[in-house]
Every structure is written in structure tokens, then in C-alpha cells.
Design a protein around this ligand. Structure first.
Ligand code: TMP
Length: 211
């Protein structure tokens, strides 16, 4: 068995990445792989507090503050959970990572217009960058319909879910730009396909990584 791998699942709200992460983790475990399923923000105790501050809607941070809170969550997550799991040889499956910050804060909030923030993103990663990323690509309109269907079923929406369509379109454009820059690391998946079809595509990629 090869050593630990770090895999992130990315995409706009409602793209289906959390479902796919669970299916991928279950399949990897069937293959005998030790897996850490984790997410951002909110995987650590401190991160849970940050998640509440960021997403409950109780506060509306300015974009700069929003960015710093997501990065604070990441640094804690990397050092307390991701690096130790990789050191044990586990595979880390992470629901969102730095590409989300690039798409939501730097692209959609426009923070990258005023400063080069990439060094700060690197600092928060503390050396842990994904070996592979699955980008579940779906138009913002379709994804938001899924989010509102979930909300109608009683699931709580987050402060960012409730942003305008134009914000989610900018997030999508952000992910598309990141993908164009990192086609080796990022595997783009048409997230309008069925859950099973997407899972099979992810499995094929994981099979390749298992060697
Ligand atoms: P989720 O757990 O449902 O994916 O919600 C997390 C929300 O936080 C989602 O709207 C994306 C957002 N987010 C950012 O804006 N920046 C980040 O760096 C991360 C990790 C998430």
C-alpha cells in the first residue's frame, strides 16, 4: 500500500461534494485504506467555533476578516489533524480546502484585486497541499436550486448559501480559473451527472492513485 495521500473535494454550494467524499471514503476503506474524512471550516473544536462565527449569520465579517478566519481554521486543522494523519500513512479526504478560499474570498469577494494574498494562503497550509483535487463543476443556478431544495426539506442554510446568484457565479468562475492553472492536480467532474456516475469517475482516479 502506498503512503498517505491528501485529497480535497471542491465546488460551489450544492455541487454534491460531501456525498461524493463519503462514498469515496467508504470505497477506499473497502480497499483496506485508513481514511480520515474531514472538512473545512470546522473540523477541530476551535474550528467549530470559527465555523459558527463565519457561517451562522450572527455576524457579517468584512471580507478581510472572513478570509483571516477561514485561514485560522485551516492552520489549526492542518497541524492538529491533517499532518498527523498523513504521518500515520492515512489518506485524508477533505471537504473544501485552499481552492475554496481562492474562489470565495479572493475571486468572488474580490480580495485578490488589492493584494497578493497567495503567500498568506501558503502560510495557513503549513506545508500541506493536496495531491489530488476533485472539482465538482456545476452551474451556479443548478447548484442553488439544490441548496434551496435542501433548505425546504429543513436543512439549515449558511450565510454564504444565501449570497446572491451573482456571487455564486463569481465563485464558479473562480474555480474554473483555478482549474485552468492546475490541470495536473485538479480533476474536473461534471457534477450534473448522477451520484453513481460521479462516484464511478472518482473511483477510477482513486484506483490509479492506489497503484
Ligand atoms: P459547507 O461546509 O456546506 O461546504 O460550507 C462551507 C461554506 O464556507 C461554503 O459556503 C464555502 C465557504 N468557504 C469559504 O468561503 N472559504 C473557505 O476557505 C472555505 C473552506 C469555505
Amino acid at each position: 500500500m502506498s503512503g498517505g495521500q491528501f485529497i480535497s473535494f471542491e465546488g460551489g454550494d450544492g455541487c454534491g461534494k460531501s456525498t461524493q467524499l463519503k462514498l469515496a471514503a467508504a470505497w477506499l476503506r473497502e480497499q483496506g485504506v485508513q481514511v480520515l474524512e474531514t472538512r473545512e471550516p470546522g473540523a477541530t473544536d476551535l474550528g467549530l467555533e470559527l465555523r459558527r462565527l463565519l457561517l451562522s449569520g450572527e455576524y457579517v465579517p468584512v471580507p478581510e476578516c472572513e478570509l483571516l478566519l477561514f485561514l485560522a481554521d485551516r492552520a489549526q486543522h492542518v497541524k492538529a489533524m491533517i499532518q498527523p494523519a498523513l504521518a500515520r500513512g492515512e489518506w485524508v479526504l477533505c471537504d473544501r480546502y485552499s481552492d475554496s478560499t481562492l474562489a470565495y474570498q479572493l475571486a468572488a469577494r474580490g480580495l485578490s484585486d488589492s493584494a497578493d494574498l497567495k503567500p498568506m494562503l501558503d502560510f495557513a497550509e503549513v506545508g500541506a497541499s493536496p495531491d489530488k483535487t476533485f472539482w465538482l463543476d456545476i452551474p451556479a443556478e443548478a447548484a442553488l436550486q439544490r441548496v434551496s431544495a435542501r433548505t425546504n426539506m429543513g436543512e439549515e442554510s449558511t450565510r454564504l448559501d444565501e449570497e446572491a446568484l451573482s456571487f455564486h457565479q463569481q465563485v464558479h468562475a473562480g474555480f474554473a480559473a483555478i482549474y485552468r492553472e492546475h490541470t495536473m492536480r485538479i480533476h474536473r467532474i461534471d457534477a450534473t451527472n448522477t451520484i453513481d456516475c460521479i462516484h464511478q469517475e472518482i473511483r477510477l482516479q482513486l484506483q490509479g492513485m492506489l497503484g
